[in-house]
Design a binder for this molecule. Structure first.
Ligand code: ATP
Ligand code: MG
Length: 446
């Protein structure tokens, strides 16, 4: 074993810091979520759980660590995610001689859900599987506003055999309507639903051919990325954001002209239901999404407040994914919300703040911590948010602490109060102070 040596043992100029190592920082592209911001995350997650239950979704939790092949076979080797953004390594077993296994931190969660669906034979369960997840995902991207290397996604999947109705356009519309309801419920205004159909495998083959043919004559005028994509994955050219390439892309063949009749009818029905339930959408025939497994309906919700990284969420149908992972035929549809971006949108539009403590209990004098603890327990049982002070604090310091930490009331617990059962309750907003009986405190501060 090698001994670990601490480098940079501190500056020589300061006696005090002589043995202080440099502080360790969070890893590039990762961040700490601190209070009160975490409160907004909790608000979002509670709203999600409550709303998804109304659509009869239940939670699934899959591992963060997966076999690298899972993503190579589902997301696709030629995608940016797998070719450039994966955190993957060969995990050697106990001895060097033993065969290692390539592991990856999941870059998305649909592959894991479908793997679990296959592994646990979930198709044997009745009806369609309707599951949701909330958790961290990892991609080695250049960190910037709204783009991190560890980020969080909230997603859901509806998957099952065709006989259970998994291919029905009504499932697509239901999922989209649920998303619209979620954004509305969170109070997010000004979102746009962009919708496209990327067709089935056959359509895409024909479209890819047409695209490749059209690109042949123009690709030399396009950016380096597009020149590469034209060979490896022509569909991705439609995703290009380089301004000079836009007029060229506008003239390329359109997916909508290559849909076969069943795909065209499917897409038309999705739109019809959305219109009937009053969910507005915008057709975007260039929306192709960054993962290979999508078929038919593909969508994104965007929001202006997000700037360059304006996609709050994306998703679509993946009718062949289960088979490509060695499972049975199991068409499905799902989405992933970028929770970091969702929270950002919320902060921008309403700036949801954490509910402050209802009451700061200020024990006054030696031995009063005990009575304060009893009272805190009583109040918390009645749903009051309590911050507990300390008997060593002078009254002035207690009141200052209560104000600084934004408690709404301060409750003074001294010997006289405990004996008489009447407590001094100070409203820290108005400065008004009243005397309240023990039983009346909860009602007064809630
Ligand atoms: P983008 O075009 O922004 O790179 P994407 O197409 O790679 O997005 P998806 O794989 O569809 O993203 O993931 C769904 C959602 O997850 C995105 O709409 C976005 O909100 C969020 N997301 C993706 N990558 C990141 C990241 N690195 N940091 C934060 N959020 C992300
Ligand atoms: Mg991306």
């Amino acid at each position: 074993m090698q001994t670990i040596q601490l480098l940079n043992m501190g500056s020589h100029s300061s006696q005090k810091n002589q043995f202080m190592p440099n502080p360790i920082k969070s890893v590039r592209g990762t961040r700490d979520l601190l209070p009160p911001e975490t409160e907004t995350w909790n608000v979002v997650e509670s709203a999600v759980r409550a709303l998804f239950r109304l659509y009869n979704f239940q939670e699934i939790r899959t591992p963060i660590l997966e076999d690298l092949q899972l993503f190579q076979r589902s997301v696709g080797e030629e995608t940016d995610i797998v070719s450039k953004e994966m955190f993957a390594w060969e995990d050697r077993a106990r001895a060097q001689s033993e065969k290692g296994q390539w592991l990856a931190l999941r870059p998305e969660n649909t592959a894991g859900v479908v793997r679990a669906y296959i592994e646990h034979k979930m198709w044997e369960r009745p009806g369609l599987q309707r599951v949701y997840y909330i958790g961290p995902q990892f991609r080695r991207e250049r960190p910037q506003r709204g783009r991190y290397r560890q980020f969080y996604q909230i997603g859901a999947e509806v998957i099952g055999p065709s006989s259970a109705g998994s291919e029905s356009p009504s499932v697509d519309a239901e999922v989209l309507e649920m998303l619209a309801s979620l954004l509305d419920k969170l109070g997010i205004q000004g979102w746009t639903l962009e919708l496209n159909s990327v067709g089935c495998a056959g359509d895409r083959l024909r479209y890819n051919e047409a695209l490749q043919k059209a690109l042949k004559d123009v690709v030399h005028k396009m950016c380096a990325d597009c020149q590469r994509r034209a060979v490896t994955n022509p569909l991705r050219v439609l995703d290009c954001k380089v301004p000079e390439d836009q007029p060229i892309i506008e003239k390329l063949p359109r997916m909508s002209d290559y849909l076969d009749e069943p795909c065209r009818a499917h897409f038309a029905e999705v739109q019809k239901i959305l219109t009937a339930v009053g969910v507005p959408f915008k057709l975007n025939n260039r929306l192709v999404r960054g993962l290979d497994y999508y078929t038919r309906t593909a969508f994104e919700f965007t929001h202006g407040a997000l700037g360059a990284q304006n996609a709050v969420l994306g998703g679509g149908r993946y009718d062949g994914l289960s088979e490509s992972l060695g499972g049975p035929q199991a068409p499905g549809i799902g989405f992933a919300i970028g929770e970091d971006r969702l929270v950002m949108t919320l902060q921008e539009s309403s700036g949801t703040a954490a509910r402050p403590a209802d009451v700061y209990i200020a024990p006054l004098g030696a031995g009063m911590n005990l009575a304060a603890a009893q009272l805190a327990r009583e109040l918390r049982r009645q749903g009051v948010i309590v911050t507990l002070g300390d008997e060593t604090f002078k009254l002035k310091k207690s009141l200052e602490t209560a104000s600084k930490t934004s408690a709404r009331f301060a409750l003074i617990v001294g010997e006289n109060e405990v004996n008489s059962g009447q407590f001094a309750l100070k409203n820290l907003g108005t400065g008004e102070q009243v005397s309240v009986a023990r039983e009346g405190i909860a009602a007064k501060v809630k």
